[in-house]
Design a protein around this ligand. Structure first.
Ligand SMILES: Cc1cc2nc3c(=O)[nH]c(=O)nc-3n(C[C@H](O)[C@H](O)[C@H](O)COP(=O)(O)OP(=O)(O)OC[C@H]3O[C@@H](n4cnc5c(N)ncnc54)[C@H](O)[C@@H]3O)c2cc1C
Length: 485
């Protein structure tokens, strides 16, 4: 039987002998590392949610003929696409961080339709291979990471034009039975916490980039993979003992750089090899799913709005008009993100492969809001928190017999609220706006699934300006066709 609970999942990660580096040292067992473990707990929460609420976090799969985890499910209806967003918001609320499974979910959904269309054109066996792979993943109930972003070197140059050819993952050898991959993938969310990685191209490719147009599934414990763990602001607080100063001691996100040092991939696990014209289609389909997956941040927004309301209450200012208004503004921004994302899912259409894909324009609007609104929500949370969010003494000073009583006397808020309760909520706000989970709440919101300009390009492509000009001309009574006279 495959993995069921969060505890099963955590056990499944042990003993894989991964090559993981952090703070200049090789980590013997990531599962037991205090800085890494909270990120594993966040993924484990996705399994427990599936046990607690199967209606939300599992789905019946036509591919496997059984119920599967929703993160491994290929959408079969509009409702399936909408349900992804509902699950994502709930997991954001439960963890207050990035729970790391959306990239894989969005990768399998986009690959399902793209492999079908490549096969239609080229007679390749990619979709059959991909379905076989997916059935294995669904049965074992594994975590899949999605690896798109290459180092990219000189951003003005295409993959084949770079002075170092390894700036994008590429096929260095085609052997009977498989291919050999070399390169690196950057900012890989949850890669150590995954069982398998899907490596995909990061942008459109030209015919000269043939060796870079590759999609392949790689087991995370492949000996050719090296992981260099990304630092997060305040991460070493997890090494200090105690939990208050961590803000959210249980959960965090995870990003690492992943080096592919001549990784052999058997043919059965290759889902694109040289069909350069399909790289752009894959990136666009993936981002249609992934940019509306950022409704997960509204779950984090719910937590931070709650924290801001709590600190205002603890400080005795909950009834002040400007405080209420700031909380309303935060909720308005948060729901604006959700509104665009869930609308994109509701507007899903069927692909030629038979799965359902969200509306691309609305997905881009959702993600573009995400690049901005969490920053404003974070600003308002810091406003309501007061300066102590950045000047609060440590948990160890609370524990010290000399300073502890002074802190407990001077740091309490309104009657009935202890200094420790106040400290805990301030640390949570710090965690999400300046600390570990600001990576997930702010910077990932900015760059994950593409930096803001990437969405503006997609919005520009789809904003139907000529149609809009026609509407204006018709009502203004201007004869002829816009731009033709
Ligand atoms: C927390 C986090 C998690 C992530 N998780 C994943 C993941 O799981 N999987 C994954 O594959 N990726 C992941 N990413 C990567 C993410 O998709 C990229 O960060 C994003 O696409 C931007 O790429 P970059 O970081 O290389 O920045 P750059 O591409 O260097 O962008 C920096 C700036 O330069 C601009 N720019 C870039 N190229 C050009 C150009 N040619 N012309 C003009 N302007 C340009 C951009 O618009 C931007 O303003 C993650 C990123 C973060 C921060």
């Amino acid at each position: 039987m495959g993995i069921v609970t969060g505890a099963d999942y955590i056990e499944s990660l042990r003993g894989r002998n991964l090559k993981v580096w952090f703070l200049g040292e090789r980590i013997a067992e990531p599962v037991d590392h205090p800085v890494i473990r909270p990120s594993i707990n966040a993924v484990a929460r996705t399994y427990d949610l599936a046990v607690e609420h199967p209606e939300l976090a599992t789905a019946w799969s036509r591919i496997s003929g059984r119920p599967v985890n929703r993160f491994l499910h290929v959408t079969e209806s509009v409702e399936d696409v909408v349900a992804q967003n509902k699950m994502q918001r709930r997991l954001g609320q439960l963890t207050g961080t990035c729970f790391q499974r959306c990239v894989g979910m969005d990768a399998i959904n986009s690959l399902f339709s793209v492999t079908h269309e490549i096969d239609q054109k080229h007679g390749t066996p990619y979709q059959r291979r991909f379905r076989d792979f997916l059935v294995r993943m669904q049965e074992a109930n594994y975590v899949i990471g999605g690896a798109m972003t290459d180092p990219k070197g000189d951003r003005s140059k295409a993959p084949a034009e770079q002075s170092d050819p390894d700036m994008f993952v590429r096929i260095v050898e085609r052997r009977p039975g498989g291919i050999v991959l070399r390169g690196a993938k950057m900012h890989q969310t949850g890669c150590l916490n995954s069982h398998w990685i899907l490596a995909m191209p990061t942008m459109r490719m030209r015919p000269a980039d043939r060796d870079y147009a590759v999609v392949a599934a790689i087991p995370v414990d492949d000996p050719g993979l090296t992981f260099i763990y990304g630092r997060q602001s305040c991460d070493t607080r997890a090494l200090e003992g105690g939990e208050i100063d961590q803000g959210n001691a249980r959960y965090s996100g995870q990003e690492a750089m992943m080096i592919l040092d001549d990784v052999f991939v058997p043919d059965e696990l290759v889902f694109l090899d040289g069909e350069t014209e399909f790289a752009a289609m894959l990136v666009e389909r993936f981002t249609a799913y992934h940019r509306r997956s950022y409704v997960c941040k509204t779950g984090l927004g719910d937590v931070i709005i709650g924290a801001a309301a709590l600190i205002a209450d603890y400080n005795g200012v909950a009834a002040a008009a400007h405080v209420r208004d700031k909380l309303v503004e935060m909720a308005h921004l948060n729901e604006s993100i959700y509104g665009a994302g869930i609308a994109s899912s509701h507007e899903s259409h069927e692909t030629p492969a038979g799965n359902f894909e969200p509306d691309d324009l609305l997905a881009n609007v959702c993600k573009h809001n995400v690049t901005r609104f969490p920053y404003e929500i974070a600003r308002l949370a810091q406003d309501l928190a007061g300066g102590l969010v950045a000047t609060l003494p440590s948990e160890k000073d609370f524990a010290n017999p000399e300073t502890g009583p002074l802190l407990r006397k001077y740091l309490k808020g309104r009657d009935g609220v202890t200094a420790e309760e106040r400290a805990r909520v301030l640390r949570l706000i710090e965690n999400m706006t300046l600390g570990r989970n600001a990576v997930g709440y702010l910077t990932e919101s900015m760059h994950g699934a593409g930096s803001p300009q990437a969405q503006r390009i997609q919005i520009a492509r789809q904003m139907k300006l000529e149609e809009k000009k026609e509407l204006a001309r018709a009502l203004a009574g201007i004869p002829g066709k816009a731009g033709t006279e």
